[in-house]
Write a protein that binds this ligand. Sequence first.
Ligand code: UGA
Length: 407
Amino acid sequence: MDITVVGAGYVGLVTAAGLAELGHTILCVESDLTKLAQLNEGKAPFYEPELDTLVKYHSQHGNLKFSDRITGNTIFICVGTPSKANGETDLSALWDVVYALDRPDLVVIKSTVPVGTTTKVAEFLGCQVAHNPEFLREGSALWDFLNPDRIVVGTTDKQAARTLQHIYDDLVQAMFIVTDPCSSELSKYASNAMLATRISFINEIADICDATGANIRQVAFIVGADKRIGSKFLNAGCGYGGSCFPKDLASLQNQGKEHNLQCPLIHAVQLVNKKRVSYVCDRLERLLGTLEGKRVAILGVSFKPNTNDVREAPSIRIYHALRNKGVDVAAHDPVANVLPSQRPVVYDVLRGAHAACLVTEWDDYSKLDWRYVHSIMRQPVILDCRNFLDQQYLKALGFDYLGLGVE
Ligand code: UGA
């Protein structure tokens, strides 16, 4: 099918490349001319594993084209819907696209939108409209697109549901769920809120481990072994970041507020996450005695591995909190480069440091020559904020190692 994907951000470009991979012919529309020039050279404007390869391949084979003009009859809207300062969702980019459409047959909203938005768009356009949320994790977005657990279509239009079923025909392993637009819209927020809740929950349990001597790795393993609970998203650490969880929880709380609902659980999830930064600083202080005048090497800046995205990254909050406490902070990341004191060679960051603070669990860090690192650090101290490194090996090398909840 001929499909137009509007927006070449994380969701849009992955959707465009994924739909091309499913055999469709895609026009991907991007209004930023610098990004457009990059795309026309077959390059993704951000780092996502395998995306460059797929963009280049499908561009060369003529089934993925880029433009700054919206044309076509089947339109996937994949523009950003950021949070405003008050938690409200900024839908201006979405409405700009809707106003620009010229009597399409079908409009599919992939952007995460507050409950009721799809219905308003359908009323305005008077054509087939469906909500089709994405459940793509940065860093494995293409895999997620091509191997979904479920495909959700929120629409009141039977023809729209049939067309979407045809578009995703090849993804036979996925559960295909057709529902009303409001339930589809809320299911996206609820999924992210559920995952964020698990993270804040396990982080709170990790703090209790630190206080009592239990080990969060053991506790999470035992809890996750219950099939009713499952083991995913129970990795304790310095908290969640990224463009999705913080924004979607803020939006969910705001949508509740508009209906006079307080949503205390969502509030608590956000609060626990916010407090991770001061907890990390406390743990470092415990390791180093005092923080002022010390040199700390932050390992990992992106909000998680395999992406260069630093939006709401815990590393940035930890960086500023440590600087405010008089710490000389240097940082390294294999891909992301945003902090003023970043250096490209990880050993240069660790040389002379009083402590290494691992914030993002990039594979590269487990492969460091830790024996050498021990010889170049001023103090062989590691705070592993993701419980990622080999604790026993590092202790055997003589490191003073501390994780979160694994004492
Ligand atoms: C998340 C969801 O996982 C996707 O399903 C969703 O489509 C996407 O948001 C979105 O709304 O667009 P993403 O933000 O890319 O994807 O990243 P996740 O892998 O979910 O990780 C989010 C944060 O949680 C990261 O900072 C990660 O380090 C943290 N995390 C994750 C933990 O602290 N512990 C865990 O056990 C898992």
